[in-house]
Design a protein around this ligand. Structure first.
Ligand code: AMP
Ligand code: FE
Ligand code: FE
Ligand code: ZN
Length: 275
């Protein structure tokens, strides 16, 4: 079978995915993918493990990262591809983001405690292990300790954007996110614009030096995919795509579900060469 599809948005358990890097690689090969990018939140640990596991001719594994930025009060995720992930300044920065995530986890646990929910950071640590701590780990902890019945209920009642135990991360602007990715000769791509619901921001991000837009995504319907391809072309950017697979976190494993053509990777490499 000729491998023609890729998946450029995958989380492992180095952040809030449920698959180990080895399970990600195994699943990708079974799915017949030609290439995958590991895009954990604020860490490249999962990429490093996956990269060490594979034989290049069977599956290409590309370094990536997903950064959470804030713009006009909205959460904007910026993906960095083909980054020089060993750059010491980059390593220092994402280590700092990770530390901030841990402290934010503690702050959310404190808020939960104030609400009479007796969750301990120890339980969260047990679930998160060495991962970059995220709300999904807290949600899992709340389910495990039976403070809520389901993962979604944990977000609805406590952890969602407008819920009482929500704590924002320290502000990183999209410009700072894009600059950080460019510092390590990476390609900066706006993640899942369809979830932001503010397409009017895209020209601002293009102005800041954004290189691409994620057109294919599990939360984009066909019309959205086309719309974001058009946006990319209009602003002289490339388009990419991926499933945003978090393993079986929400039931179905999404990896490979978006038919992202290999040409997206060729485009990424071309832009990288210009860096
Ligand atoms: P964090 O980066 O710690 O703010 O966590 C963000 C992650 O939490 C997202 O990538 C989603 O996977 C998950 N998430 C955010 N909001 C919700 C929600 N309302 N329901 C379910 N999952 C959510
Ligand atoms: Fe996530
Ligand atoms: Fe995201
Ligand atoms: Zn993601």
């Amino acid at each position: 079978m000729k491998k023609e599809y890729i998946d450029l948005h995958i989380h492992s358990n180095a952040s809030d995915g449920l698959f180990t890097p080895a399970e990600v690689v195994d699943y990708a090969m079974r799915a017949g993918l030609a290439a995958i990018a590991m895009t954990d939140h604020d860490t490249v640990d999962g990429f490093k493990v996956a990269h060490a596991l594979i034989e290049e001719e069977r599956l290409e594994v590309l370094p990536g990262v997903e950064l959470s930025c804030y713009y006009k009060g909205m959460d904007v995720h910026v993906l960095g591809y083909l980054i020089d992930y060993e750059n010491p300044e980059f390593v220092r920065k994402i280590e700092a983001f990770r530390k901030e995530r841990y402290e934010r986890g503690e702050a959310m646990v404190a808020k939960l405690n104030d609400l009479g929910i007796n969750l301990s950071m120890e339980t969260v640590k047990l679930i998160a292990g060495n991962s970059a701590v995220g709300r999904p780990h807290l949600a899992d902890a709340l389910v495990r300790e039976e403070f809520v019945q389901t993962y979604d209920e944990a977000f609805a009642r406590y952890l969602g954007y407008h819920a009482p135990a929500y704590v924002p991360k320290p502000v990183l602007t999209p410009e700072q996110g894009i600059d950080l990715i460019h510092l390590v000769r990476g390609v900066a791509v706006m993640a899942h614009p369809g979830t932001l619901k503010h397409d009017e921001f895209i020209p601002d991000f293009a102005e800041m030096g954004l290189d691409g837009i994620e057109a294919y995504h599990s939360l984009h319907d066909k019309a959205a995919v086309q719309r974001y391809k058009n946006f990319a072309r209009k602003h002289g950017m490339i388009f990419t795509g991926g499933s945003d697979c978090h393993g079986p976190r929400k039931g179905k494993v999404l990896m490979g579900s978006q038919k992202v053509p290999y040409s997206c990777l060729i485009d990424l490499r071309r832009v990288k060469e210009e860096k």
